[in-house]
Ligand binder design. Structure first.
Ligand SMILES: [Zn+2]
Length: 168
């Protein structure tokens, strides 16, 4: 009986610890969409060779190799038409024109994403601590999210033009 009580106490302490850690780490993640998750099993799965057949060199460099297009060079940097921005890799709708704003940062910027379409991943490369944004459907690299947005959400989804495809 004593052993059972000890096991129960250890179990409760561990569970509380896990809950506390989860609660604390939640605070540092973007709070916009409820469906924040990191997927490892994407619906659209392709080998590098298959991606190379459907993407051009620059799209492949950014979407698959997590590159960044040169600032101010992208097709959608200054682009305020009404429509939807889909993932260039898999056509998944990611952002609407209502979510786009002019940011002067050199890349297309959005203050939110279509629910469930974007996932968030810690990125400590290049000596910086950033949050990478990826397509939930294919895992394609879109850009990064920052907490300096000028609208109510406070977020700036900084997205490479070559990662997205505009449809009106
Ligand atoms: Zn995609």
């Amino acid at each position: 009986m004593k052993n059972y009580t000890q096991i129960l106490l250890v179990f409760l302490a561990t569970t509380c610890g896990i809950l506390l850690v989860n609660f604390t780490s939640q605070q540092t993640k973007p709070q916009l969409n409820k469906s924040i998750k990191i997927t490892t099993d994407y619906k659209v799965k392709k080998t590098k060779e298959e991606w190379k057949k459907t993407l051009n060199d620059e799209e492949y460099r950014v979407l698959i190799n997590k590159g960044t297009e040169y600032p101010g060079s992208g097709e959608y940097n200054i682009h305020m038409k009404e429509g939807v921005y889909n993932c260039k890799g898999c056509n998944n709708p990611l952002f609407t024109s209502d979510q786009k704003f002019e940011s002067d940062c050199g890349w297309p910027s959005f203050d939110n994403a279509i629910e469930g379409s974007v996932e968030y991943k810690k990125d400590n490369t290049l000596g910086m601590s950033r949050v990478e944004i990826l397509c939930t459907n294919c895992g394609g690299h879109l850009g990064h999210i920052f907490n300096d947005g000028p609208t109510e959400s406070g977020k700036r989804y900084c997205v490479n033009s070559v990662s997205i495809d505009f449809k009106n």
